[in-house]
Design a protein. Structure first.
Length: 109
């Protein structure tokens, strides 16, 4: 399988969350996603006012940073890797508000 590019990872997140109902989220949830390894990059996921935004930028006023390889991020959003197991095995690292990260993870189910 050909290695993914940074842009493909960001687009995969946009596609996965395109029709996700986030109306139950009160306030703002914001996450910076750090892709480690090849490709490397940073993007953010923001849930605000019933909408989800995914953009290829850093997000400084965030609840948490999620850190994983591109392969593991794709497995997470495609349901091939359980988020809790990924965290337990060190395939997904979280810096910041773990509770907020769990809020994002519930939309992967």
């Amino acid at each position: 399988m050909k290695a993914l590019t940074y842009e493909q990872v960001v687009e995969a997140f946009r596609e996965r969350f395109k029709n996700t109902d986030v109306s139950s989220v009160e306030g703002t949830l914001a996450f910076q996603i750090n892709i480690v390894g090849k490709p490397e990059g940073i993007f953010y996921v923001e849930i605000k006012d019933g909408e989800i935004h995914i953009e290829p930028y850093e997000y400084y006023d965030r609840n948490a940073i999620l850190i994983a390889s591109a392969d593991n991020l794709i497995k997470l959003i495609n349901g091939k890797l359980d988020p809790v197991m990924a965290f337990t095995l060190g395939k997904l690292k979280v810096e910041g508000d773990i509770g907020a990260a769990l809020e994002l993870i519930k939309f992967l189910k």
